[in-house]
Ligand binder design. Structure first.
Ligand code: NAD
Length: 492
């Protein structure tokens, strides 16, 4: 695609946003393709380390004034930003739908979550008021939270609006200046985020966007003036980013991929369980790090499996199921299904080879339910990231928990049962950071934080909620004595 062609595309180029201005596109570019029908929507620049330098300089310039602004004033921007997200919700959701391929309803839910995240940031003044104690007569110790400086946030393709908003409101309200690196597959939502933050009154340079691929991520990890890096994406890249950023002595939290187990016990409520599991595995075409991916069926629960298949057959690509992100993703997902079938698993509902009439060039996979998957199969162990449910049979709850705990990942796990005792056992023993009881997508809502265990997250803090306050700030401890009559002691 040439720059001239780009003029006629549905969306303007995804320009870098630096110091409050969109910069002209130069250098290498990539086409932005809508997975709904394979059409080119726009182009995105693949920036270089020199482009990043410009953004870091702008952020450094903005930092002294922004960090010195009282937090109660800083959050006023986010009250306005929240109102703007609400006002523009239909348009923002449409953009997510077009660049990512999820359904409009899912895209609306995504932007609604961004609104909730912003609402939490507005409450930060109530949560970071510091501590003060008179430690000896006339001597006070106080602890305050200070921003880190210039920070970076690197995002994946699956939530173009929400994942950036996991980090932007909190990090910036806490006094940092940020550089966002969106996924090069879905860079368009970040343009509107930049515009709305500016409209909300955010000073120039406090928020910047640098587009690109691996090269720019590596430059972020290496940049001496970036203090902290948050990353959300696959485990493979999370490991690279965590090692490189911390190797350069930066603070880093890197969220990776997932393989979430849903343990279903024979006493589970059939209708509720079937509809929750089907929605969890197929929502956002299975491209959620919280998606149900492996169902561990304990004992005789064929009735529930039948109901899941019935529900899955009513989920139709192009109607109530969106596309997957790319041709490569569709091929990868179908390969997992092929290999499981060859290895002896039974495909109960088959989503392979779907095309949607009128959108033949889109990337669609139908909901797929596969029974008699064994724990050693790739589909049982690896992240498929498509609308595919692998059912693994277990004789009892202990075997089910062993299967769950054997996973390298540890984002989420759920149990479906009407027994409090069994639920408690899974809550205690599942090896995941986020647990659901009769909930298919156990995303904690604000103020609770989001983050998994094991290879689903590297770093100490979670990325949202109260835990993120620790990540985006450092503590200043001050000891004060004003009374000259106080005697000299060991701390004088
Ligand atoms: P990805 O790892 O391919 O890309 C994420 C980011 O890293 C992008 O901005 C991309 O440009 C960059 N990148 C890609 N390859 C790189 C490399 N070799 N070196 C440096 N940077 C590189 O992930 P994706 O495909 O965009 O997103 C899907 C993945 O994200 C899934 O694994 C999903 O589970 C995960 N995810 C996890 C969470 C979570 O909370 N744990 C949330 C959303 C998505």
């Amino acid at each position: 695609m040439t720059k001239i062609d780009a003029i006629t595309l549905p969306y303007p180029a995804a320009k870098n946003f630096v110091g409050g201005t969109f910069l002209p596109v130069s250098g290498r570019t990539l086409d932005v393709i809508t997975p709904l029908n394979g059409a080119v929507l726009s182009i995105v620049p693949l920036s270089t380390a020199a482009d990043l330098d410009l953004a870091v300089e702008a952020a450094k310039k903005a930092f002294p004034a922004w960090s010195a602004t009282p937090i109660k004033e800083r959050v006023q921007i986010f009250y306005r930003y929240k109102t703007l997200l609400e006002k523009h919700l239909p348009e923002l959701a449409r953009l997510v739908h077009e660049e990512n391929g999820k359904t409009i309803e899912e895209a609306i839910a995504e932007v609604e979550k961004s609104i909730e995240l912003t609402e939490f940031a507005c409450s930060l003044p109530q949560l970071v008021s510091g501590e003060l104690l008179e430690v000896s007569k006339g001597v006070e110790c106080r602890v305050e939270r200070k921003p880190l400086g210039v920070v970076a946030s690197i995002a994946p393709f699956n939530f173009p609006n929400m994942v950036p908003n996991w980090t932007i409101p909190n990090a910036i309200a806490l006094g940092n200046c940020m550089i966002l690196k969106p996924s090069e597959q879905v860079p368009l939502s970040a343009i509107r985020i930049s515009e709305l933050l500016k409209e909300a009154g955010l000073p120039d340079g406090v928020f910047n966007v640098i587009n690109g691929d691996r090269e720019i991520v590596e430059a972020i990890c290496d940049h001496p003036d970036i203090e902290a890096v948050s990353f959300v994406g696959s485990t493979k890249v999370a490991k690279i980013v965590y090692r490189r950023a911390t190797g350069n002595l930066k603070r880093c939290v890197a969220l990776g991929g997932a393989k979430n187990h849903l343990i279903v016990l024979p006493d589970a409520h059939p209708e509720m369980t079937a509809s929750n599991i089907t929605a969890s595995m197929s929502g956002c075409a299975g491209q959620r790090c919280m998606a149900a991916s492996a169902m561990v069926a304990v004992g005789p629960i064929d009735l529930i499996i039948d109901k899941i298949c019935e529900e899955a057959k009513n989920i139709i690509p192009g109607k109530n199921l969106g596309s997957v992100i790319s041709k490569a993703a569709k091929e990868r997902i179908e390969r997992y299904i092929d290999e499981a079938e060859k290895a002896g698993a039974k495909v109960l509902v088959d989503g392979r080879n779907w095309t949607v009439e009128g959108n033949e060039n889109g990337f669609y996979v139908g909901p797929t339910v596969i029974d008699f998957v064994t724990p050693d199969m790739a589909i049982a162990k690896e992240e498929v990231f498509g609308p595919v449910l692998a059912i693994i049979r277990a004789k009892d709850i202990d075997e089910a928990l062993d299967i769950e705990n054997a996973s390298n990942y540890g984002n989420a796990a759920s149990v479906f049962t009407q027994s409090g005792g069994m639920a408690r056992k899974v809550m205690e023993n599942a090896g995941a950071g986020m647990i659901g009881v009769n909930v298919g997508v156990p995303v904690p809502r604000e103020p609770f934080s989001f983050g998994g265990w094991n290879e689903s997250k590297f770093g100490v803090n979670d990325i949202t909620g109260k835990s993120s306050i620790e990540f985006w700030t450092k503590l200043k401890k001050t000891t004060v004595k004003w009374n000259p009559e106080s005697k000299t002691n060991w701390m004088s």
